[in-house]
Write a protein that binds this ligand. Structure first.
Ligand SMILES: *[C@@H]1O[C@H](CO)[C@@H](O)[C@H](O)[C@H]1NC(C)=O
Length: 596
């Protein structure tokens, strides 16, 4: 059962959620500019799309068919009708009616319902047909505009479509559609070579992961900050890391993701785009822009992605979400995959600086951690509970009932007292550890795969065990054997599930242990435990056989107790060896938790 869950859940662990980013077409934020803030500049080449109407003249109240078609597919669009006479005005005119409500939707721009149309999902399409309804107060000439997103970072902004006229208006000379001015013109240059951490702590502040790594090394995450200019009014940032897709850093008031000022270097083919954005929650960055960034340069070589840029300490036109750099805040360092320049959720917990840092403050070498303390505590307590106390506790109940027959501990058999004590400890540790992720996430962890579900099952079973034990039948009851089987069965199931949960736990993003090392340690633990159980099962089997054979002999020799003493000594030794081995493997995992 545990193994099945393990297999099943590894599929879930490998699964992650791509960023949403208005794939649902609710793009009313872009009503005015019609720009999809996707971070990269709009295309300035001839677009592969065509906007047509089924008429060139109209009267108020008319219904006009508007068609957007492409020789190439598109994932998203935003269509509006505007007064052609007042170029530059962002106000829309008239309203639309949909012909395919599944693939298209009406938006409210300028407080006018249905004044724009967009996509409903990023499913590819090549044609959209809608009806434009001319209002009573329609301007004498109306022009259609469309922004088309082919894929995330390939889009054409506000492509002019046909102009339609009321009767009696002289048509304008046809406009050339290729004279679109480029929307953004941030020039970036290539970096001459890799960054260096030489002057870290002297002329610049640095954050490195792993500690002391060399930014030339493709596994090294590196962020440096240098105050520039005679008045120290701007800061130069250097950011580099493995060229998987993107590297990013964020400024945050707290150690949680949300309300953060983010700077990203995103790989797109053989180029890198550098942009700033805002993260409002545990979500995709919003309002990607290059505004405020200067001296942008980048390099994509030797398996690393590097970028460098400057920004003023205080932004001139108070852009929402841009932090002032002379305030203390935590620094985050994240990385992940990117496709067509669109970033995916970071694939490991971001590195968070251990303390707050004022970016313009004195130069220092900062350290960070990818494991939040509260999650580390969760891991430590759970591993302690299930690799040591729970494991030894159940082992004693399985094989040590006949050992130490003559000694008692607080009026009960030794094995029973030890078993009960260890299991109570296991339960307490489990319950305390169980609450910690909920405190950390302030609720249920949505993207944690099967681990939390399996963990909940373990906790429930852990709670059922002592309850059934309290109400167990007396030893001489004829129903006692039922309890024994039930207690053993439930206990074994709980332990197997707990082990499976531990395997999954080492892959959790909020406490990602080094892989595959951590998995090997756990496999080692399972093998270690299984071999001890196997050894004692064999021993038990032969012991009973021998006891049956020697029964009559023992009567003759009036029962010698020597073999029993010898047996209990060996078994105590075995128990000590088991506990020692478990502790060793446990310490190995705990030290790796301490390191992240
Ligand atoms: C254009 O299409 C609309 C809607 O299908 C229709 O009502 C209108 O009559 C058409 N106009 C012309 C000139 O074909």
């Amino acid at each position: 059962m545990g193994w099945y869950c393990l297999l099943f859940s590894s599929v879930f662990v490998a699964y992650w959620v791509p960023a949403g980013c208005y794939a649902n077409g609710k793009v009313t934020k872009a009503c005015g500019s019609m720009e999809p803030k996707h971070g990269s500049p709009a295309q300035t080449t001839q677009s592969p799309y065509l906007l047509t109407t089924n008429t060139s003249t109209f009267s108020p109240g008319d219904h006009i068919q508007v068609t957007l078609s492409g020789i190439s597919y598109f994932e998203g669009f935003l269509l509006q009708a505007r007064d052609a006479a007042s170029q530059g005005s962002a106000s829309t005119t008239g309203s639309f009616t949909l012909t395919n409500p599944h693939r298209t939707q009406l938006l409210t721009c300028n407080k006018q319902q249905g004044s724009a149309v967009s996509h409903t999902s990023k499913d590819r399409q090549t044609e959209v047909v809608v009806i434009w309804n001319a209002p009573k107060d329609a301007p004498s000439e109306v022009e259609f505009f469309v922004t088309v997103v082919q894929r995330y970072n390939v889009f054409w902004v506000k492509l002019p479509g046909p102009i339609i006229y009321q009767p009696g208006v002289t048509p304008r000379p046809p406009q050339s559609t290729t004279t679109l001015a480029p929307v953004q013109t941030t020039t970036s240059s290539l970096l001459p070579g890799p960054f260096t951490s030489d002057s870290c702590g002297q002329s610049k502040s640095c954050l490195l992961d792993p500690v002391g790594c060399d930014p030339e090394d493709p596994y090294c995450f590196f962020l440096s900050m240098t105050t520039e200019g005679p008045d120290k009014t701007s800061v130069m940032f250097e950011l580099s890391g493995p060229a998987e897709g993107y590297v990013a850093f964020a400024l945050s008031w707290d150690t949680w993701m949300g309300n953060d000022d983010v700077y990203m270097c995103v790989k797109d083919g053989d180029k890198v785009s550098v942009s700033a954005a805002f993260v409002s929650g545990r979500t995709h960055p919003e309002d990607q822009t290059q505004a405020g960034l200067s001296s942008v340069s980048w390099r994509l070589a030797d398996g690393t992605i590097q970028c460098k840029f400057s920004r003023p300490v205080k932004m001139a036109n108070q852009e929402p979400g841009r932090y002032d750099l002379d305030q203390e805040c935590f620094l985050f360092l994240a990385s992940g995959h990117a496709q067509y320049g669109k970033i995916w959720k970071h694939n490991q917990q971001p590195l968070v600086s251990v303390h707050r840092k004022c970016v313009t403050g004195p130069s220092e070498v900062l350290t960070g951690s990818r494991g939040p303390t509260i999650m580390k505590a969760h891991g430590v307590l759970m591993l302690l509970a299930w690799m040591l106390t729970g494991s030894v506790g159940t082992f004693i109940a399985s094989f040590y009932k006949e050992v130490w027959p003559n000694q008692t501990l607080y009026g009960q058999k030794v094995w029973f007292q030890v078993h009960r004590g260890l299991m109570m400890l296991t339960m307490t540790l489990t319950i305390v550890a169980f609450t910690l992720p909920f405190i950390y996430r302030k609720g249920w962890s949505k993207h944690a795969g099967v681990h939390p579900y399996l963990g909940c099952c373990v906790v429930i079973l852990t709670l059922i065990q002592p309850i059934t034990a309290v109400f167990r039948p007396t030893p001489d009851s004829h129903r006692r054997y039922l309890f024994n089987w039930f207690h053993w069965g439930l206990g074994s199931l709980t332990e197997i599930m707990a082990v499976a949960t531990m395997f999954l736990g080492t892959h959790q993003s909020s406490l990602l242990l080094p892989q595959p090392w951590a998995t090997y340690v756990l496999i080692g633990y399972v093998t270690w435990l299984a071999s001890f159980r196997f050894m004692l099962l064999i021993h038990k089997h032969f012991h009973i056989k021998k006891a049956v054979v020697s029964d009559e002999l023992q009567e003759l020799y009036s029962g010698q107790s020597e073999p029993s003493t010898w047996g209990s000594f060996t078994k105590s030794f075995i128990l000590a060896a088991l506990a020692l081995g478990n502790s060793g493997l446990l310490v190995a995992l705990l030290s790796s938790i301490a390191d992240i």
